[in-house]
Write a protein that binds this ligand. Sequence first.
Ligand SMILES: [Fe+2]
Ligand SMILES: [Fe+2]
Length: 177
Amino acid sequence: MDDTLFAPVNKLIQDHRILKGHLQAVVNAADAMRNGRLDDTNAAALQQALGFFHTEVPRHARIEDELLLPRMKKLLKDPSSHFAYLLEHIAKDHHEFAAMHAELAGLSEALAVRMRFNPPPADQPNPMLDRFCELAVLLQDYYRSHILVEERDIFPAVPHALTESDLRELAAEVEKA
Ligand SMILES: [Fe+2]
Ligand SMILES: [Fe+2]
């Protein structure tokens, strides 16, 4: 089997590495905001992370939801198997992540305005910042287990489950996605 057939899965794994870096940048920015010392570097890393969440994460989820998972589902012999459950679970996670990303983006925008024009004293309650910090950690935790399931349980099965012509078709569709 030539390497191009592994390209779709390799690309998804590469996306995961980049995503993990951005998730850490959001946690770092949240900590810095909490300590009242968000510097230009943290702020720029946060903006880059939000940009990646806005464009690359939906594309990544679309490739999994529309191109990869349906192909795997079609080949399931037992729809009540643990593997079938994992495929459902992964798709459900993508919906939850989309909602969390939308909330994070909204909070980040509101916080940026608030911190610039009307920063609350550090000893005052700041529920918006509390939720931003909570969400940053939650996203990182949820993605950690999501990525683990994909890379440990689902992706390694792809080259065994799909035929060479399926893999070729998948690679061509991912290239265009
Ligand atoms: Fe993924
Ligand atoms: Fe995923």
